[in-house]
Each structure stands twice: as C-alpha cells, then as structure tokens.
Design a binder for this molecule. Structure first.
Ligand code: UD1
Length: 426
C-alpha cells in the first residue's frame, strides 16, 4: 500500500513542453466506495485498475476493523483482493473514520446487511463542514432510526424497506449510501435527483454484476428493487478511470504547452470540462482508450462555475484556476459546492498568481510567468494544482504537505517525470 511520510516534499523545476504518454489510474472516488460495498457479500471480491494511493490503504484499515481483509494480488498489478468471511462487526471507529470522508460509505452496506451500525462522524478534506443529514434523512425514509451521541451515529433497522427518496441536492455520498442500503431493502426504492457522477455509474454496475436489481443507471432517477440478504455474489470488477487525475495531466500539458497522450481515460466522463478546455485553446482529440492533448500557445481565460455532474466538478477547480492564472485575460471561477474551498489560492499567490476572492468567486488575472517558491498543499486536488503550477513557474517550487497529494494520486511524480518534467520527491 502507498506509504505516507509527512516530512517529504515534491520539488518541481520549470521546464519545457511535456511530451509522451501517461496511463490514467483508476478513480479514488470510485474504488473507495467499491471497497466499502464489498461488505455486502461474503467471499473474495477482486478489484482491478486500483490506484495505489494512501486513501485505499486507509479504507483497507477501516474494512479490516469491520471484518473484511484486503491484500494486493501477488502477481497482478493494481489488483486488490477483498476477503469477506461473513464475520462483520458493524462498528466504524473514530481513529479510522476521521481520516477519510469516504468512510461514510460503510453506513449503507452495514445497515442493510447487519440491521445496525455504529459509526464515528466522518472527517475528510478540510473544506468546511460536510454534514450527513441527507444520508440520514434518506435512510430514515427507509425505516432506519438514528441516535447521535459522543461523536458517534448509531443506526438501526431490522430490515430496511423501499421508499421514494428525493434529494434537495444531488449529493454523491448520500446517493451512494441510499443505493447500497436499498440493495437488501424490502421492496423498491426510488432515488430522485440522484447524483450522476461516473463513479456512481461504476458503483451501480458493480452492484448489478454482484446480483442487485437497479434501473436508471446514469440518470438522476435510480430505481432499486431489493433482493434477499445473502443473495449477492463476489465479482471481479475494473475500477473506472479517474477523471480528476486525467484532468491533472491535461492541465500539466496545458501550462507547459506540451503534447501528450492519455491512455485509460474516458472523454465521455469529462465532456463539459473538455469543452471548456477547448475554449481555453487546448486541442483535445478523442482516441480509442483515451485522448491526445496539445497546447500550442498561451491559454485563454474562461469563466467557470462548479456544479454537480455533468457540470464542472469542484475537484477540477484548483487545476482550472491554475491554468487561468498563466493564461491571457481575466477569468471568474465560482464555487457552488464548498464555500471554504479557496484556501489554496494563497499558495498560488505565493507563486506570483494574481487572484482575488469575493465570497464564493475567485477573480483570476493571467500573468505571463509564475515564479517558484515554497508552498504547502492544503488538500488533495489543490496539492496537485500546485505541482502543475510549479511546472509553469520559473525556478524551483517546493511543495510540502504532500501526504495530501498521496491520498489521491498514484505516483504523480513518476508519471510527470515520464512526460519529461523536472520533478522529484525528497
Ligand atoms: C464527493 C467526493 C468529492 C467531491 C464531491 C462533490 C468522494 C470521496 N468525494 O464528496 O471529492 O468534491 O463529491 O463532487 O467521492 N451535503 C450536505 N448534507 C449531506 C451531504 C452533503 O449538506 O448529507 C453537502 C456537502 O456539505 C457539500 C455538498 O452537499 O457542500 C456536496 O456533497 P456531496 O456531493 O455529498 O460530496 P461528497 O460525497 O462528500
């Protein structure tokens, strides 16, 4: 499993156009959910195209505490084996849950399988409060009762029943928990205004392969016909490619005016983003199994607002802000999901970016050249954006706090170096 060392740094030096080919790893935001969903079935679940990232190791620790053991396949690359012997303890302790937001994804599977669960309130990235009221409301409609005491949530439901759950907002995590909980519920559950992220499609497909009955996959109305407990089977499933990591390599090519080929990337999962990248002057050509990206001149600025899928994901935003900050003109970037998610801007300013914020808007004025400096990664995506900024900054950029980057990026240093970047860990 990927190791985390708090003292390491990534050092990036300005260099010319990136060139070559990069294989995009599997998606963090899918694999963590698939791992949690392995709680639903006894036997050995096999996941392929698994990114070697710290969050996978943390989720493995959490599942081990609950009763599912995880190991890398002895010979197959990036293949994870999850063994569920049916001895499940539906308790998710604080020390593990507080480390990743996705730990909340054990709630649905444990409740529907065991009829009860005791879960520490979740942590994760530090961008403002991330409540779980929608998860609880949806599960309550299905017959669950909740009690919150001493930082723990206790949930009960001998057997959940089907219900219509209508979200005010298409929450990714809440959609996933209702979906997995509905698998063993009695009757039919309808999830209205469900989140439609490709990682949710991946979870639906995984559940169907295991024997669940789900209609409307990919749409905002998911219909789940409950099946009997014990009727799912363990399967082998390939994790969907990571669109955020893909966007990171595109951004790296963009700010260095490079030409790269992305393998194992899905253009159809990034449609809106790729359209906006084209508006910025990037030439992106879909290929079988990926795309080519060419950045021939200075980028043009754009205005962007983050939205649930199929809109521009909030996780792309630090990359887009970085790209605009070395582009031509002024761009306004609006955050609609996490009000606090502008903390990395101070770090970009240290590199010479001209950005001001007003509420949930960032006004980015392109500068001709960033200049290298020591910076600190505040979270996963912002950390990766600082790496990208470092590629475009004259001199040396030293990024600390890279344990954040390791949470979601599978060997970003090796991948960028293979594209010709001057980058190292030390
Ligand atoms: C997931 C992703 C994260 C991404 C986010 C939005 C994972 C592990 N994380 O997070 O990278 O940035 O989707 O695309 O997959 N909310 C509530 N009450 C709830 C649930 C959510 O108010 O019960 C709010 C959140 O505070 C936030 C917004 O809804 O402001 C979006 O949250 P949600 O879609 O649930 O995101 P996550 O699943 O936490």
């Amino acid at each position: 499993m990927a190791m985390v060392d708090g003292s390491e740094q990534i050092v990036v030096r300005h260099n010319g156009p990136l060139a070559g080919e990069v294989r995009v790893p599997g998606a963090k935001n899918s694999v963590l959910k698939l791992m949690a969903t392995a709680l639903l079935t006894d036997g050995v679940t096999t996941l392929t195209n698994v990114p070697d990232i710290a969050d996978v190791a943390i989720m493995a620790d959490l599942l081990a505490a609950i009763g599912v053991t995880t190991a890398w396949h002895p010979t197959e690359d990036r293949t994870l084996l999850l063994t569920n012997r049916g001895e499940i303890s539906p308790v998710a302790p604080y020390e593990l849950v507080e480390r990743i937001r996705a730990s909340i994804n054990v709630l649905g599977p444990l409740l529907t399988r065991c009829g009860k669960v005791r879960l520490s309130l979740p942590g994760g990235d530090d961008f403002g409060s991330r409540p779980i009221d929608m998860h609880m409301k949806g599960l309550e409609a299905m017959g669950a009762t909740f009690e919150i005491r001493h930082g723990y949530v206790d949930a009960h439901a001998d057997r959940l029943h089907g219900a219509t759950v209508t979200f005010d907002f298409p929450s990714v995590g809440a959609t996933e928990n209702i979906l997995t909980a509905a698998v063993f519920a009695k009757g039919t559950t309808v999830i209205d205004n469900a989140a439609r992220e490709p990682e949710i499609g991946d979870l639906c497909n995984f559940l169907v392969e295991m024997g669940s009955d789900i209609e409307g996959i990919g749409s905002s109305t998911l219909v789940v016909h409950g099946v009997e407990r014990g009727s799912l089977r363990p399967v082998t499933h390939e994790v969907v490619p990571d669109r955020i990591q893909a966007a990171t390599y595109i951004a790296a090519a963009a700010v260095t005016h490079g030409e790269i080929r992305l393998r194992n990337a899905r253009c159809e999962h990034m449609e809106m983003l790729l359209r906006r990248f084209a508006d910025m002057g990037l030439e992106i050509t879909p290929q079988e199994d990926g795309m080519t990206v060419w950045s021939s001149g200075r980028l043009r600025s754009i205005d962007v607002a983050t939205l649930p899928y199929p809109g521009i994901a909030t996780d792309y935003k630090p990359l887009i802000v970085t790209m605009i900050s070395v582009g031509e003109g002024v761009g306004i970037v609006t955050e609609n999901l996490y009000p606090g998610r502008f903390r990395y801007i101070e770090e970009l300013q240290r590199l010479g970016a001209d950005i001001s914020t007003d509420g949930h808007h960032a006004v980015v004025r392109g500068v001709a050249q960033l200049s290298g400096a020591p910076v600190r990664a505040p979270d996963i995506r912002a950390g990766a954006a600082l790496v990208v900024a470092g590629l475009a900054a004259e001199g040396e950029t030293v990024i600390s706090g890279i344990h954040h980057i390791d949470r979601g990026y599978d060997d970003i240093v090796g991948r960028l170096r293979a594209l010709g970047a001057h980058i190292e860990r030390r």
